[in-house]
Ligand binder design. Sequence first.
Ligand code: ADP
Length: 484
Amino acid sequence: MTAVHDLISSLPTDLWLGGKQTPGSTGARFAVLNPATGDQLTTVADATSQDALTALDLADSVQSSWAATPARERAEILRRAFDSVNSRVEDFALLMTLEMGKSLQESRGEVAYGSEFLRWFSEEAVRIGGRFTQAPAGNGRILVTKKPVGPVLAITPWNFPLAMGTRKIGPALAAGCTVIVKPAEDTPLTMLLLGQIFADAGLPAGVLSILPTLNAAAVSGPLMADPRLRKVTFTGSTGVGKLLVRNAADRLLRTSMELGGNAPFIVFDDADVDAAVDGAMLAKMRNGGEACTAANRLYVANSVREEFTSKLTARIEALTVGAGDIGGTDIGPLINAKQRTTVTALVDDAVAKGATVRTGGGAPHGAGFFFTPTVLDDVPADANLLREEIFGPVAAIVGFDTEAEAVAAANDTQYGLVSYFYTRDLDRAMRVSAALDSGMVGVNRGAISDAAAPFGGVKESGFGREGGTEGIEEYLETKYVALQ
Ligand code: ADP
């Protein structure tokens, strides 16, 4: 308890504005809860429209000087931030566990993954290129240069409180953009601590502002209506993403949208079943299933379905559910009561329509927003959880007979973020990865995230890519200079 108390009492909990903490224009605050107990951890400042415009005034006033800062200096600030996040792995991990619920082990994994975007983009900052060619007609030269888009609004979700921020902040700062971050209201503390890290790393005041708020639209609305803002990057639900794109249309703002997923996970009859079970544990249970990349629908060849299902069920039954900061916990609580209600309703609907409960099936009694890890077999085609993101520790299994049937079922969704499949046949691996309609495909693996790879979706999972050499392009404009 004292480690928790010491950490919480040492945290920045005000807005980051102008390189320092400020209580905000009204002094209003809101509570941050521990989802494992439902108790309040602390309170944070609640940003208003006025605070948002102050952040934009600051961003606008330093945008040109930040863009003109040598790339090497921007890179070194990012690199110092990477080092200093990693010198505080345990603080960041405990903090994420406390405000989001995932186990400490998973939080440590997120520190490694999330901080990697700072290192990766510190390396990319110095490699922003362009091109120079002769016009084909021979009458001039074509010079193509890159420049930062300008001030960016980044809106992040609660499921990866660090990584969803760093994979926007990293490339934006590397490109020379100023950034205003609106973290999720459930998990603002991690981002506020990152603000401290950047201030200590020497980021000039005003380049990064962090505005927790209970009223997201009060912050995003006036910013998006202001001609000084040039870009919105969002990770969250498809519904909110569509709303933001509609609002962005009025000013033709650049947008990047990482939205919902409904990932299929296919186990073909020629798969290594044990490897597929390992992969399914990762793809399904990582982050308690609260990930847009989570395997939402497990399509398993009928010839191996019982073997796969019984092995997966044994592994899922063996998971220890509890508060994330207790040693040995595998699965923490869901983020909040609303999420637990959603997951419960999806499971109840599937069961009412005929799915078989192999383990779990509901929420345990007691404090905290827990949901018992669940396996459902024979999930019928009309079950809502085959169409909607579950965002919880629920594996929904559907049998299939032919490859064509599995691929058609996998693609039968408006989403297209990631697909996973297991096979030992190389021809099939190439054929199916081409046929799956998603921005990312995991072949014989259940985790695909990598700061060096382009993360993003197609269809209603959004557009734009984060990470890789592609990630920085989202924050750059292309300028063509015609030279005589
Ligand atoms: P989730 O369902 O995962 O909570 P949301 O899309 O509701 O996903 O939330 C993701 C982020 O979007 C959060 O930071 C949230 O505060 C923000 N958000 C929610 N509604 C709006 C809105 N109308 N305008 C701007 N941001 C919003």
